[in-house]
Design a protein around this ligand. Structure first.
Ligand SMILES: O=c1ccn([C@@H]2O[C@H](COP(=O)(O)O)[C@@H](O)[C@H]2O)c(=O)[nH]1
Length: 599
């Protein structure tokens, strides 16, 4: 772990459901958090620790004659200073990542938003993982030839080292439409019809289909299609699915021989899946009628990692693991990620507080940060709208650093403005963007040119998807708590997941945290007060200027059109001198939050 990381607190742990046959470690949606969480002891393990942990489990597997495979399902970038603060972005991250031996690795949507990001994926990450990167439905324009080609092989067939399990692996991305124009995502419904896919699923002598992808394991049309396509020709072969994107811990039973795991976000969770009872390439080893699948969500901290690997403080860190932790430390130093802009007087939560509330990060934004920032730069009554999805993480009481600016909001898009929007339309816009009116955004998109697929990637599923699914788990948590004897009532707050296998998946027995839904968008009125206008019955400005985060421009233009105001992109202009949300927050903190000596 990093020297500044807090020491993990001991807590009651469940035992790892290790298999004598094949075991998996799964990471997803790490979003650059390879230094671990430096303000949360529970998730303070770094990528170097993960390397040491995998080493010990691999050794156990070798000693016992079982197997360990590692899977990563994308969104490794955007969301942490270690990735976002360097120029070019990822300058240190890729050299750190490559030291972990990963058996199956796939891209996520964040690898594709910006052309330079996917180009670096092609130039660096794919070669770094040349034996394990899979891109079943993603093509890239080769920067040298200009030709469209698969980002990586469409699938892989391999046999595990010790058990000789014959695996056929795929690597999918959900039907993402927000990618830059140097990549092409093929819709999964087309991919499953491709001759190469149809041939692959008919491969003889496969013991396990491994479907990895940046795709949620639940409520996902894409994984349902892949599952059905495989089951259509291999009715009995076990399938292990590894998913991501919704940032939750989840485990789904597709049928008695097909299970899918999703392993959270931000290096908080190391997902663990084990299978017993598969057929193998070894003579005479047939499949069990019902192979046994088991799962666990490991909290990424040294207390958990040492426990599950049967090591201790002295024996845990391997030379490679320690070197990688040191490389992370040195990269953070070079990037000056600990530079402090100010000190937060309290915690501000993105989803752990309701909105609006005193301790809500979104309330801080729409009542203080945005008004203070835009009051200086806008000289006429205006509404400033931003998507809550642009905010990625909480602010903790204490030093707010360069790193914090990227944890909270890493994106490079700026703000745009439309001048002189009629008051009525401008003031109804927020409601429409938050799906609170008589018509839903999706209906609007369908009405106006059927662009809903492309637009879907911009607004809902935004924060509400994560929040809803988190609170979906939360609802069940109460019942999981009831199963814990009163005397053992957990005191450490954290995830308390309920999934298709029950409520015993988290390795650490946590006290439940409450998560809340938040709106898609928030808004601040600048230079006028809607309440005063209402109360005085009149005196409303005829027109307002509308400022919004560029990322949601398509939605804003669409909603305005429904409200009777047709604007083209060419009629919008840059606002706030091209500043991003990252720099807005950084400046605001610098100007408003001092640090007492005691901080
Ligand atoms: O430039 C950007 C890129 C993304 N967003 C927000 O992020 C989500 C997607 O993030 P996931 O981790 O894949 O869920 C997207 O819907 C936007 O809300 C952004 O604001 N700006």
């Amino acid at each position: 772990e990093q020297p500044s990381a807090p020491q993990p607190i001991s807590a009651p742990l469940r035992e790892l459901p290790w298999s004598k046959q094949v075991n998996f470690l799964h990471t997803t949606d790490t979003h650059g958090w390879h230094a671990g969480h430096l303000q949360e002891a529970q998730y303070s393990g770094d990528w170097g620790d993960y390397i040491s942990f995998a080493h010990h489990l691999r050794k156990r597997a070798d000693d016992e004659g079982s197997d360990l495979l590692l899977v990563d399902t994308g969104d490794r970038v955007e969301g942490n200073g270690l990735y976002d603060a360097s120029s070019p972005k990822g300058k240190y991250t890729f050299d750190i990542l490559k030291h972990q031996h990963i058996d199956v690795i796939t891209p996520g949507n964040h690898e594709l938003y910006i052309a330079n990001t996917s180009r670096r994926e092609f130039d660096e990450v794919v070669p770094d993982f040349k034996d394990s990167y899979i891109a079943s439905n993603l093509d890239v324009y080769n920067p040298s030839s200009g030709k469209l080609q698969p980002l990586a092989p469409r699938y892989r067939r391999f046999t595990t080292k010790n058990q000789q399990i014959r695996v056929l692996a795929f690597g999918f991305l959900f039907n993402f439409h927000g990618n830059a124009n140097n990549t092409v995502v093929q819709p999964v419904q087309e991919t499953v019809k491709e001759p190469w896919f149809q041939d692959a699923i008919r491969t003889k002598d496969i013991d396990l289909f491994l479907v990895a992808g940046h795709v949620p394991v639940r409520d996902s049309e894409e994984y349902d299609l892949v599952y059905k396509a495989i089951r259509g020709v291999a009715w009995d072969t076990p399938i292990a699915l590894f998913g991501g994107h919704t940032h939750i811990r989840d485990y789904r039973k597709y049928d008695k021989k097909a299970f899918g795991i999703e392993s959270g976000r931000y290096m908080e969770t190391l997902g663990f899946l084990s299978i017993d009872g598969l057929s193998t390439g070894k003579r005479g080893v047939g499949a069990m009628a019902s192979p046994e699948f088991r799962r666990m969500y490991i909290d990424n901290n040294l207390y958990s990692l040492q426990h599950h690997s049967g090591t201790n403080k002295t024996t845990f860190g391997t030379d490679l693991g320690k070197n990688v932790s040191q490389a992370i430390r040195s990269a953070r130093k070079q990037l000056k990620l600990d530079h402090t802009f100010g000190c937060a007087p309290r915690d501000y939560w993105l989803n752990r507080a309701p909105y609006p509330a005193e301790d809500s990060l979104l309330t801080l934004l729409d009542t203080q940060v945005i008004p203070d920032t835009f009051n200086h730069s806008l000289d006429r009554p205006s509404i400033v709208i931003t998507n809550s999805g642009a905010m990625r993480f909480d602010i903790f009481k204490g030093p707010f650093t360069t790193d914090s600016t990227f944890l909270v909001s890493p994106f490079t898009s700026g703000f745009r403005m439309i001048k002189d929007v009629p008051y009525g339309a401008a003031t109804q816009l927020l409601q429409l963007l938050n799906n609170q009116g008589q018509i839903l955004l999706e209906d609007l998109a369908a009405m106006y040119g059927g662009e809903e697929h492309r637009l879907k990637d911009l607004l809902p599923p935004l924060a509400p998807v994560n929040a809803q699914t988190l609170s979906r788990n939360q609802v069940h948590i109460a019942s999981s708590d009831q199963q814990i004897p009163l005397a053992d009532k957990p005191s450490l707050p954290g995830y308390t997941t309920v999934d298709d296998a029950g409520s015993d998946g988290d390795d650490t027995i946590h006290q439940a945290i409450q998560f809340y839904d938040v709106p898609n968008c928030i808004a601040s009125n600048i230079g006028f007060s809607a309440t005063t206008v209402l109360e005085t019955q009149g005196e409303e400005p005829d027109k307002l200027d509308l400022v919004y985060n560029e990322f949601i421009q398509d939605w804003v233009l669409l909603a305005l059109r429904y409200l009777g105001q047709k604007y083209e992109k060419g009629q919008t202009k840059s606002a706030l001198r091209g500043q991003t949300m990252t720099s807005v927050i950084e400046e605001w903190v610098g100007g408003h939050w001092g640090c007492d000596a005691k901080d």
